[in-house]
Ligand binder design. Structure first.
Ligand code: C2O
Ligand code: CU
Ligand code: CU
Length: 489
């Protein structure tokens, strides 16, 4: 309790001194992380000073010196090898495991929490086949981040997150905005000391989530877009494709562009069957949405990307205003004609056949002590994460119905590795996704899921990172053959 209390006090202390001492809003141009591509990519992981606030650089743990890291952008269809080189100091806390979130990769290349680790001084080549069921993997907006057991929240807070854009012919053949009109935006909150350094919510090397529920973990008082606080983005009076990723440790957002409607064209798992007009888009941690915003006819005007928060309980700091402005779009004259459009039909979701015959229950629960007296603040089906225990054996190539239920008093965002799923009920009904938000006590979501290509061990977990680090994760094994019965606990 003391630890969490200290964090909360530090947070509001900073807020009282005022964010405006730190930066002026809508002055700094929106940074766009550099793009890396090719069939062989090498990304060093190293400590670096990153310019975030005016004045001193912020010391972070980075993918190749920047936050967010470089954007990996590759076409699907043939494999890409990404080598991550761990150049951090030789400390046990610096052992890493990098996960391509949204990818469809073999277990050994998936960024396992406690296996295939990258020690300081070592490197690991991950092979991403970028194929699925014999075809090129569907284009989607993914990301990559550290996934080390018990250390994920801290490593990501310190900077280990980057975007990953997978292209394919179907997506690229559509007349959607392309090139510099296709803009990825990574949203992540952080708090800073008066010296521009990240506050350390993990001062004793353990996750803040080690505190018993209802504590949730870390929320920053500055919400950064591509690593900048309240940047300004000069846009031409035309259509843009904005790729939105919530890479925050805990926060969920309802995002809007004020009076400009957004047309959502894609989820976590790529294009939807048809665009959906939205006044706002809700993103829990790790969720993505791609939207088309049309600035044509708006020359000389400005629009802000605004957020409101789903969770009001633990927020602290200047962003507590009901609806903070995260960035500004300044609309200028179009330099060339806008030939883009948003087709009424985008891409049908794949049929998941055969239809599911068994249902598996995954209940988010809290606070357990296991037989070996290990305490977990959070759990799934009443059990804290243990990498040596397999909680389900799931047959390769068969569709199952998975039901996630929030049996706690706090929000959760459930993510499954290895396969996208189709949501069967609730706000994202009919959409393909890889993460689903269960924002309220008792909330549930039912999905259809089919694992293809890769037998082996994978995990599912809450993407509220302190929950994940503190037990809210389960391992399952995709098997050749019948699997288990999915008995409902
Ligand atoms: Cu984005 Cu298992 O993680
Ligand atoms: Cu993932
Ligand atoms: Cu959770």
């Amino acid at each position: 309790m003391l630890l969490l209390l200290a964090v909360a006090l530090t947070g509001s202390g900073l807020a009282a001194r005022g964010a405006d001492a730190h930066h002026k809003p809508f002055v700094r141009p929106l940074p766009i992380p550099k793009v890396v591509t090719g069939r062989r990519i090498r990304i060093p992981i190293r400590a670096a000073g990153v310019p975030i606030l005016p004045g001193s650089r912020t010391q972070m743990t980075t993918f190749d010196g920047s936050f967010p890291g470089p954007t990996i952008r590759v076409p699907s269809g043939s494999p890409v090898k990404v080598e991550f080189v761990n150049q951090l100091k030789a400390l046990p806390a610096n052992v890493l495991s990098i996960h391509n979130h949204g990818g469809h990769n073999p277990a050994a290349d998936d960024g396992q929490p406690d296996d295939f680790l990258i020690a300081p001084g070592a490197s690991r080549v991950y092979t991403y086949p970028l194929r699925e069921g014999g075809k090129p993997e569907r284009a989607s907006f993914q990301w990559y981040h550290d996934h080390r057991m018990d250390g994920t929240a801290e490593h990501i807070w310190n900077g280990l997150a980057g975007m990953f854009i997978l292209d394919d012919r179907v997506d690229q053949a559509l007349p959607l905005p392309k090139g510099r009109f296709d803009v990825p935006l990574l949203i992540a909150d952080r708090s800073f000391t008066a010296q521009n350094q990240l506050t350390d919510p993990y001062p004793f090397g353990g996750p803040a989530g080690m505190q018993p529920p209802p504590n949730d973990g870390v929320q920053g008082d500055h919400i950064l877009i591509n690593g900048a606080p309240q940047p300004v983005f000069k846009v031409e009076a035309r259509r843009y494709r904005l790729r939105l990723l919530n890479a925050s440790n805990f926060r969920s957002y309802d995002l809007s562009t004020q009076s400009l409607a957004m047309k959502q064209i894609a989820t976590d798992s790529g294009l939807m069957s048809a665009p959906v007009k939205r006044a706002s888009v809700r993103l829990g941690p790790a969720e993505r949405a791609e939207v088309i915003v049309d600035f044509s006819g708006k020359q000389g005007r400005q629009f802000d990307l605004k957020a409101s928060f789903l969770d009001d309980r633990m927020t602290a700091g200047p962003h507590d205003a009901a609806s903070p402005r995260l960035m500004r779009f300044n609309v200028v004259k179009r330099k060339s004609p806008d030939r883009s459009s948003v087709p009424a039909r985008l891409r049908p979701a794949p049929a998941l056949s055969p239809p599911p015959t068994i249902t598996r229950q995954w209940r988010m629960t809290s606070g357990v002590t296991d037989a070996s007296h290990r305490f977990s603040g959070w759990a799934i089906n009443g059990k804290g994460f243990n990498p040596d225990r397999v909680d389900a054996r799931v047959p390769l190539g068969k569709t199952e119905r998975w039901r996630f239920t929030n049996a706690t008093g706090r929000p959760h965002a459930m993510h499954v590795h290895g396969a996208d799923f189709k949501v069967l009920d609730g706000p994202n009904k009919g959409q393909l996704k890889d993460t689903v938000l269960l924002p309220t006590p008792g909330a549930s979501a039912t999905v259809a899921i089919k694992f293809t290509d890769h037998a082996g061990k994978f995990v599912l977990h809450c993407h509220m990172l302190d929950h994940e680090d503190n037990g809210m994760m389960a391992a399952f094994e995709v098997v050749n053959g019948p699997g288990d019965k999915g008995a409902a606990p």
